[in-house]
Design a protein around this ligand. Structure first.
Ligand SMILES: [Zn+2]
Ligand SMILES: [Zn+2]
Length: 755
């Protein structure tokens, strides 16, 4: 027999930690007690050495889903309990509880699913069943502290049964703020239709209709995934040309009938079943029964599993996979307010499956892609936000990072925590901008942040920049776009540099006023120098060249190659490109280089969403091809991207397959990146490389580059928790602002730490 005291720190209050400890200790036959105090959770234990050992292992491995343990301290004591062999939960000292962090919204847990399916349970088939381990969180919180009256559940008074569970420390609904049941909670309805809403909704889908479904962070639009005309009609009504729709499947078996779930990375199933329930991009099976209009021409499908009880019930009622795409028209943010949804989706949906629990905060689905045995996040939103990142440095003052323009997010920094907002979208219309400004205020109130330092992107035209510069009584700090990318990769990995940073993206405002995007930086969190870049190329027609990749092909070939198909398709224009390029803005963007090759190969002349040409070029590539096009690198590390385009054009003329050309181009880019890293390592001694920017969401390019760099002895940092694209910029800005503020407040004394 022995006794120990255990202290657990982190996000451990309000997440079912005490009932979990109670159950674990009781199962192991341990005596003692557990309670909350100002530091987190304390446990006192008495029992056999083996049982205590197992307790300590399971405490961390089996912790409740919403808990996030930062530290466990164990001390031994001779006599701890006078519990008479029992284990109990003790009342908290109200003054001793710490501020509870709001957790992300979490998919329905196994216990709640069992109740949902049990005819004897009082929550049988109840679409809003939840407990302390699952259910809505961030999206229903109106204000802090996180208590029911300050959530959108305030209007639902608990019945006697729910109240009893809520107050029973041994119950898994102990202090579950959104607790409810058929007697006291929200009600499902199929708007304007009598009878069972789920049966009615399933009929709408089976008849080829478009169904709006109210979810956790907003409305979705659904059609049967196998129904070609319904999917095409949804595309037409949404005015969405090509961007793929996500598909929800009932379970992993159904996922395996549509996609290669257990492929090379072998983590497809784990990513799908993750409690954040993201959309997971997986290789589509040729025989998958999914309409062509769901993801036109795609080799990948975005799949997700049900994450609310309503989804589970709907999928069962329909008995087949459904398209589940954000409820919005093209370029608008997802609708979440009931009246607004009716207004905006009324012309798109044939019926509304809805309920009376309001959504307070909009949150789209998150998107991940398997990469080298783990998930690489492409869009971070529902299920992840607002779980904080830990900054490499403590921020002396509160910070706001305003993000960029496309795929925008904002981030609040406080102490060592950085809270990144859910994905907001492109800040180009009033609706999105309003959502951005309101979101900042809401987050600031939730996390008790009053920004004194505001970090922003120096691009003069970004609405986020204008927002930053309009804020009264704050200190502003400009963080160059690609420095922010590398900083976000550092923060994503808990590092502070100095590193070789490779930032490849669409476009970002450079220090010289031109548009950058193929950058080699030497960077830490405070500052950077531009050590190399792709050779700048004119963008004929300015921003038109972004929407029309064929213009970049002409620019890279300087009007040569009149016999190429792409030149023939734009004959008159092609001939005069050299004069059009005079005075055009120049860019070193890697994204535009990918665009040029995509247009050259006939993949895409014009795009309907950002990054489309590069995404389709990646999809085209033959992964078995290992040859690489060469590109010259000058002494001052300027890379001749045009060499790659010209080599591709020569192969095309020689009759080489476009799939092979695409692969050789990808390999060529990765080879020249590695060559530049070699040069920089020789010059500086730095051997860590951070890869960031939206171009590195290309798994073929990223994989080949990581392989080559690792093979050459580099340590490589890539993104995992925050997107490599502009969705990660706000975190990078906060990390930089925190490091600069720390330098400012501690002066020379600690500046050595940055060199
Ligand atoms: Zn649950
Ligand atoms: Zn109830």
């Amino acid at each position: 027999m022995m006794g120990v005291r255990v202290r657990v720190e982190g996000v451990v209050q309000g997440v079912g930690f005490r009932p979990f400890v109670h159950g674990l200790a009781t199962r192991l036959g341990l005596a003692g007690r557990v309670g909350n105090d100002a530091h987190g959770v304390f446990v006192e234990l008495e029992g056999g050495r083996d049982q205590i050992g197992e307790f300590l292992v399971r405490l961390e491995c089996d912790a409740p889903p919403l808990a996030s343990i930062e530290r466990v301290t164990v001390t031994s004591t001779p006599h701890v309990t006078r519990a008479g062999g029992r284990f109990r939960i003790v009342e908290s000292d109200p003054s001793g509880t710490s501020r509870t962090l709001v957790s992300p919204d979490i998919a329905t847990c196994a216990d709640c699913l069992a109740e949902l399916a049990d005819p004897a349970d009082r929550r049988y088939r109840y679409p809003f069943v939840n407990c302390v381990n699952c259910g809505p969180r961030l999206t229903i919180v109106r204000a802090m502290p996180y208590d029911r009256p300050l959530t959108t559940m305030a209007g639902f008074e608990m019945c006697g049964d729910c109240r009893a569970e809520f107050h029973d420390p041994a119950d898994r609904r102990f202090h579950a703020q959104p607790i409810c049941c058929p007697a006291c909670g929200p009600t499902l309805s199929l708007m304007g239709v009598a009878g069972d809403p789920l049966t009615g909704a399933a009929e709408v889908l089976r008849a080829g209709g478009v169904l709006a479904v109210k979810g956790i962070g907003g409305y979705h639009l659904a059609v049967l995934a196998s129904d070609e005309s319904a999917a095409a009609e949804l595309r037409r009504r949404k005015r969405r040309a090509d961007k793929p729709f996500a598909v929800m499947v009932a379970d992993l078996d159904e996922a395996r009938r549509l996609c290669e779930v257990d492929g090379v990375d072998a983590i497809g199933a784990a990513l799908l079943a993750d409690r954040a329930r993201p959309i997971v991009l997986l290789p589509r099976l040729p025989e998958a029964a999914v309409a062509g209009a769901v993801a036109p021409g795609e080799r990948y499908l975005g799949l997700m599993l049900p994450y609310t009880p309503l989804h589970h019930l709907l999928l069962t009622a329909v008995g087949a996979p459904i398209v589940l795409t954000s409820g919005n028209g093209s370029d608008e943010p997802i609708a979440y307010d009931d009246r607004d949804a009716l207004d905006r989706l009324g012309g798109i949906a044939d019926a509304f499956l809805t309920h009376d629990r309001p959504i307070h905060l909009r949150a789209d689905d998150s998107v991940v892609r398997p990469f080298r045995g783990r998930g690489m996040i492409l869009r971070r939103s529902r299920g992840h936000a607002p779980r904080p990142f830990t900054l490499p440095y403590e921020a002396p003052r509160h910070i706001l990072g305003c993000g960029a323009e496309l795929k925008s997010t904002f981030c609040l920094g406080k102490g060592r925590h950085a809270f990144v907002s859910p994905h907001i979208g492109d800040l180009e219309n009033y609706e999105t901008l309003r959502s951005y400004v309101e979101g900042i205020e809401h987050f600031a109130a939730l996390f008790g942040v009053r920004p004194e330092v505001v970090a922003y992107d120096p691009h003069p035209e970004y609405l986020s920049t204008k927002h930053a510069l309009d804020l009264p009584d704050v200190e502003v700090t400009a963080v160059q776009h690609h420095h922010a990318h590398i900083a976000s990769c550092l923060a994503d990995n808990g590092e502070h540099g100095r590193v070789i940073g490779v930032a490849f993206d669409g476009l970002g405002y450079g220090l010289d006023g031109t548009l950058w995007g193929g950058e080699f930086l030497l960077a830490d969190l405070v500052s950077f120098e531009r050590a190399g870049h792709l050779a700048p190329v004119p963008m004929p027609g300015g921003s038109a060249a972004i929407r029309q990749p064929w213009r970049m092909a002409a620019a890279y070939l300087e009007g040569d190659g009149a016999a190429l198909d792409v030149a023939r398709r734009h004959e008159r224009w092609w001939a005069s490109v050299n004069s059009l390029m005079r005075g055009a803005p120049v860019t070193s963007s890697a994204g535009r280089l990918f665009d040029a090759v995509a247009a050259l190969l006939g993949v895409r002349d014009t795009i309907t969403y950002e990054g489309q040409a590069a995404i389709e070029l990646e999809r085209l590539a033959d992964p078995a091809e290992r040859a690489a096009y060469p590109a010259a690198v000058s002494d001052d590390l300027v890379v001749a991207g045009a060499d790659l385009v010209r080599a591709a054009a020569a192969d095309l003329v020689a009759g080489v397959e476009p799939a092979v050309i695409s692969a050789r181009f990808h390999n060529g880019v990765s080879e020249v990146v590695v060559r530049c890293c070699h040069v920089l390592r020789d010059a500086t001694g730095l051997a860590t490389v951070a890869l960031s920017g939206g171009v590195f969401q290309n798994v073929l390019l990223l994989g080949r580059t990581v392989e080559r760099l690792s093979g050459a002895g580099f340590r490589v940092l890539t993104h995992a928790g925050v997107p490599a694209n502009d969705g990660g910029i706000s975190l990078g800005q906060v990390a930089v602002a925190a490091a600069r503020d720390r330098l400012r407040s501690y002066g020379d004394q600690s500046s050595a730490g940055f060199s």
